[in-house]
Design a protein around this ligand. Structure first.
Ligand code: ADP
Ligand code: ZN
Ligand code: ZN
Length: 672
């Protein structure tokens, strides 16, 4: 009689693999979660033991024996196995790939697997001896609510304007967790931009082992930190989205800072949401989770404001800035219909810049550089190219002069004149502003202009060098994208100019307004955090738009209420659940034909609660010589969508594909 082990392997198959345990090895339930070396085809692979089934679907003669069970590390905890299994199930990804891909490279490669080094770092416990600020009443109330909720799973949405003391609340919670002998996981969107946070956590808990996990680490450091988490040596883990999978045997608290940030969504491979997985993880571990933001995602806001008995998250609010006397910046609109923004700058903004230059203060010019897919509109009567079949906007495709709905697939030729008023000068929203730096050099030849974007600050070191230059007063005007809006305080910065934000108001991407609001709140939060009051000037042709109105009043709840009402009416998330099937091929015809077959397969799946829309070519369809198209499926029920996807995916996997056609499925897509 031979024992069977079920093993997860890094292969693109939606299943596990059974092996036999040879006579000289002994495997018990305590080995579930251990790495194991096994033969696979002609190779040797590292897998993870996920189960010890009494029998296999295959006869024992067809099973091969494992080579060795690796005992170099503690086993991966049960909750980690459940988390990765859930991720594979929910995002319809091969489970072995999900599991193995979250491990440091050396621990999943057979050659070096045995070389996993043991770590000897002193385990410490005490919190630091810093004098802590006395908590403000709102902070006290938030902490009290979290403590009162007692043990078990509770999810909180901590909504607080920039500088309202959210991080201080996290630090207090982490401290309680450490004192209770637990590990804490703090997830942040981009660690390159958050050295300040890391330093702050380290300073608060100087004798506690803190490790960070992010893509900027070298493999050796990543492995060291990951192992410290798994062995329990590390008590605080600070990391980006992949860190949501860190094995933490004594996890007692999860905090997701800037929970609205799109970078919590993985955009290739397994397209998971680290925030959503973190909530799942907290629930199954029965521990608290705190999602924090000044501008929560509308999904989270809806979850927190659904009403008594229906809210999945408890809402906690910090309404004022924490530092005494620090005021929120004054936000003003500049109507560029009256004050024309010549080469990007209105007269009012020029004057404000000149004034800051004169008194040696810094300014930031914020460009919203996202290449929004252009929507056609009429400046005379306000008509925009809405889709006649659904609530989305039609997008201009120049290649074949068509307007297309990226939501449902509807298409018409471009109209020459406005269908409402006949005006022949239609405009395409969504063109970026260029030449801004040239304009600045011309108007302010004496000013030191510094560009900050993904190219100029792609590594942490580059970013730190830039930040030091800025803090040191070596720049007068910063020009940048959302990169600049995140996480770093510049003490000398007192003016923020928002150059051309309007395109996002009319974008076909109906999440654009949500993103714009979050970015503008965040970038506004950069101005005047120290004793100096800040000012934000927004150049717009639509000053009455409710988004700007809410921004002036720093009123996220008002903005969210308007947006959610629109989403509900349109049947968009969070009131609908979506998945998108994308195909890439050499010819558009092939991609569309595949999606048409996929849609036919979808219609065969018996699911009245799910709608499968028509396939749509992407606007910038040709990328790297590949043609891309997509198909959206949608349902009012998450469960119905999931059930549908499970069946549909089996059929998709079975389809015969033309050479060089590839496809993937994304659940809860953030971009269409
Ligand atoms: P957020 O995370 O909401 O942006 P922080 O926690 O970073 O806010 O707090 C903003 C600033 O206020 C920081 O400099 C912090 O040290 C300070 N601060 C936070 N809480 C208090 C408090 N209770 N009393 C005084 N200062 C505080
Ligand atoms: Zn018109
Ligand atoms: Zn449509």
């Amino acid at each position: 009689m031979s024992q069977i082990v079920r093993v997860a392997l890094d292969v693109p198959l939606y299943r596990y693999f059974d092996y036999l345990v040879p006579g000289d090895e002994q495997v018990t339930a305590a080995d579930i979660g251990r790495r194991v070396q096994v033969p696979f085809g002609r190779r040797t692979m590292i897998g993870i033991i996920v189960d010890l089934p009494p029998t296999s679907d295959l006869p024992n003669e067809q099973l091969r024996p494992i080579e060795t069970v690796l005992h170099d590390l503690p086993r991966l905890p049960d909750d980690w196995l459940r988390l990765t299994e859930f991720c594979a199930g929910y995002y319809h990804a091969p489970p072995g790939q999900v599991m193995l891909s979250t491990l440091p490279v050396a621990l999943r490669s057979p050659k070096s697997a045995k070389g996993a080094r043991r770590l000897a770092r002193p385990a410490t416990s005490a919190a630091g001896g810093q004098a802590l600020p006395a908590l403000r009443a709102e902070q006290e109330a938030a902490l009290a609510a979290i403590h009162q909720a007692g043990p078990g799973f509770h999810s909180f949405l901590l909504h607080g304007v920039t500088g309202s003391g959210k991080t201080e609340v996290y630090l207090r919670l982490i401290e309680s967790s450490l004192l209770a002998g637990k590990q804490a996981l703090l997830l942040v969107p981009e660690i390159n931009l958050t050295p300040q946070l890391e330093a702050r956590v380290a300073a608060r808990f100087p004798s506690v082992a803190l490790v960070s996990l992010h893509s900027g680490l070298g493999e050796a450091a990543r492995q060291r930190n990951w192992q410290a988490a798994l062995t329990g040596t590390a008590r605080i883990v600070l990391g980006t989205r992949l860190a949501a999978f860190t094995p933490l045997p004594e996890l007692g608290l999860i905090v997701v800072d800037e929970e609205h940030d799109p970078s919590f969504k993985q955009q290739d491979g397994v397209r998971y949401s680290a925030r959503d997985l973190a909530v799942f993880r907290a629930r199954q571990l029965a521990i608290p989770i705190v999602l924090g933001s000044a501008t929560p995602s509308l999904e989270s806001w809806a979850n927190a404001t659904a009403g008594v008995g229906r809210s999945r998250y408890q809402l906690l609010s910090l309404r004022e800035r924490a530092v005494a006397g620090a005021r929120l910046p004054l936000v003003r609109r500049i109507d560029t219909r009256l004050d024309r923004a010549e080469n990007g700058l209105s007269a009012a903004l020029r004057a404000a810049l000149a004034q800051r230059l004169e008194c040696g203060e810094q300014s930031l010019l914020f460009l919203n550089r996202r290449g929004y897919a252009p929507v056609v509109g009429c400046p005379a009567c306000g008509w925009t190219s809405g889709c006649p079949r659904c609530a989305a906007h039609l997008v201009l495709h120049l290649r074949d002069r068509c307007l297309r709905c990226h939501h449902c697939g509807f298409a018409v030729p471009v109209t020459k004149a406005c269908p409402t008023c006949g005006n022949q000068n239609l405009i395409a929203f969504g063109r970026g502003t260029q030449r801004l730096e040239a304009t600045l050099a011309e108007i302010f030849p004496q000013a030191r202009v510094l560009r900050v974007d993904r190219d100029s600050a792609s590594t942490r070191r580059q970013w730190e060098a830039l930040a030091a230059r800025i803090d040191g007063g070596q720049a007068d005007i910063l020009v940048g994208t959302q990169m600049l809006a995140k996480g770093h305080d510049f003490a000398r910065l007192t003016l923020v100019g928002v150059i051309a934000p309007d395109a996002a108001l009319f974008a076909a991407d109906w999440r654009a307004a949500e993103r714009l609001f979050a970015q503008l709140m965040q970038v506004a939060g950069r101005a005047g955090r120290a004793e100096r009051p800040g000012e934000v000037l927004i150049q717009t042709q639509f000053p009455e738009h409710p988004l700007y109105q809410a921004l002036i009043e720093h009123d996220y709840p008002a903005f969210a209420a308007v947006q959610l009402a629109e989403r509900r009416q349109a049947g968009f998330p969070p009131y609908a659940y979506q998945a998108v099937l994308r195909a890439e091929a050499r010819e558009m015809g092939e991609a569309l034909a595949f999606l048409a077959t996929a849609r036919a397969a979808a219609l065969e799946v018996d699911s009245a609660a799910v709608t499968a829309y028509d396939p749509v070519p992407m606007r910038l369809a040709r990328r790297a010589n590949r043609e891309r198209a997509q198909l959206l499926v949608e349902s009012g029920s998450r469960r119905a969508l999931q059930a549908f996807l499970s069946t549909w995916q089996l059929r998709l996997v079975a389809l015969k594909l033309p050479a060089q056609l590839s496809w993937h499925l994304e659940v809860d897509p953030l971009e269409l």
